[in-house]
Write a protein that binds this ligand. Structure first.
Ligand SMILES: Cc1ncc(C[n+]2csc(CCOP(=O)(O)OP(=O)(O)O)c2C)c(N)n1
Ligand code: SF4
Length: 421
């Protein structure tokens, strides 16, 4: 039994060039002498990809043309030079996912890409790809392709790949496969071959050499010396996002239930920061909280709305259709939240700056001069603090104060913004 690939029942049509490529891969891997479980084969959509079930290695099957992106993720996460990440893709996939290939080469991910270039889309019936040679007849160009395909090896070399090579895939070329597999960093080997079921059928009587000559396709090897493979050193030293964002519980809250709060004001008036501080203070008090923001793409003008949900239990839906509490501190904010305010019931609370006209609503209305007291830039934060101090206590005032002191607003916003007589 072969160690890396079961070659006795390869799933390809008789005479398919993919078959020869797989057998050469098996031979090369045998010679390198890896453990099969140190090999990760990443394939994608196309006839080449259906071979992965024959591999005794790890395998990943991705979207068409996206195998280099998946493999880059695997290579980056593994960070282990003893593992071998191999990609199989067709010329169709290499064309459709070209940018993934170029990026992987440019960033020099540690992987070996085999582009099994049978000069057309095999799996879908023989359409041409970006690598189809001049005059080659395909489903899409029954009279023959009007122009030569582009030179993938040159492109990948231009992206500074350490190794980019093209060979015509005939017979035993496992020494070249072995060479590509041994590259430390990104290596691409384009193997030019034939799909008998469509390529030979559409181009009856013509030999591969004829098309190579007409198109000027030649075997070549292009090298960039001394490039270090991609490493994750910055990520290795940086704390995980989950550690960085972890919020400790330091206060207690007796609050039971869920409050859906919409705070609406104007861009530049700290509405989003106020929402974040409020939600964070709730979490430091042992509650669950979510915060979402809405504002126009022109972030410096117009409304700014923060949606905060605070609950004593897990929050499974973070949207707010009808708020329990609406906090409005500017005309822009009123305009943006008006339709939701109008849907509020008698159980709802509308807290609105007293400089604004009160809209029609069934909610209980509380007016307060937030803008006048501490200015427009702190009106949203003050109004949220007012709600927690004077209207409904969700968590201790101290939690809000401490969260403000630790936030990016510390030193910029006076603490009396949170204080009420
Ligand atoms: C993004 C995307 N576009 C198109 C398809 C349809 N599709 C499936 S297989 C295939 C052709 C595959 O050709 P190639 O990548 O050259 O592999 P081969 O079959 O020749 O081995 C196409 C276009 C798809 N699955 N995904
Ligand atoms: S259709 Fe072509 S590429 Fe697909 S297995 Fe058959 S010969 Fe190979």
């Amino acid at each position: 039994m072969t160690k890396f690939v079961e070659t006795s029942n390869l799933p390809f049509c008789p005479g398919c060039g993919h078959r020869v490529a797989v057998i050469n891969t098996e031979k090369a891997l045998e010679r390198i002498g890896l453990n099969p479980l140190d090999v990760i084969l990443v394939t994608d959509i196309g006839c080449h990809g259906i071979v992965d079930k024959n591999f005794h290695t790890h395998t990943i099957h991705g979207l068409h043309g996206r195998s280099p992106a998946l493999a880059a993720g695997v290579a980056a996460a593994l960070r282990n030079p003893d593992k071998k990440v191999i990609v199989y893709m067709g010329d169709g996939g290499a064309t459709i996912g070209l940018q993934h290939l170029v990026e992987a080469a440019h960033r020099n991910f540690n992987m070996t890409v085999f582009v099994l270039n049978n000069m057309l889309y095999g799996m879908t019936g023989g359409q041409g790809s970006g690598l189809t040679p001049k005059c080659y007849k395909t489903m899409t160009y029954p009279e023959g392709h009007p122009q030569a395909g582009y030179d993938l090896v040159e492109l990948i070399h231009a992206a500074r790949a350490p190794y980019a090579r093209r060979l015509v895939g005939r017979g035993d070329y496992s020494d070249i496969v072995e060479e590509a597999l041994k590259i430390n960093g990104f290596a691409l080997l384009e193997i030019v071959e034939v799909c008998p079921s469509y390529g030979l059928k559409f181009n009856r009587g013509k030999r591969l050499d004829y098309f190579l000559e007409v198109s000027g396709i030649e075997e070549k090897l292009l090298i960039h010396e001394n490039r270090q493979p991609f490493t994750l050193s910055e990520r290795e030293t940086a704390p995980l996002l989950s550690e960085k964002l972890a919020i400790e519980v330091e206060f207690n809250s007796d609050f039971k239930g869920t409050k859906r709060i919409v705070a609406s004001g104007s861009a530049g008036e700290g509405v989003q920061s106020a929402g974040e501080i409020f939600a964070t203070a709730a979490i430091t008090s042992g509650l669950h909280a979510t915060k979402k923001g809405a504002y126009p793409v022109t972030v410096g003008v117009g409304f700014s709305t923060a949606e905060v949900i605070v609950s004593d239990s897990e929050i499974l839906y973070t949207g707010i259709v009808v708020p329990d509490v609406a906090i409005i501190t500017s005309v822009d904010g009123l305009g943006h939240s008006l339709s939701r305010i109008q849907k509020m019931t008698e159980d709802g609370i509308l807290i609105i700056d007293d400089s604004l006209d009160v809209p029609e609503t069934r909610a209980k209305v509380i007016r307060h001069p937030f803008r006048k007291e501490t200015g427009g830039r702190t009106a949203a934060l003050r109004a949220l603090a007012f709600y927690n101090s004077k209207v409904e206590r969700l968590f201790p005032e101290e939690a809000l104060l401490q969260t403000l002191r630790r936030s990016k607003l510390a030193g910029k916003v006076k603490e009396n913004v949170l204080k009420f007589d």
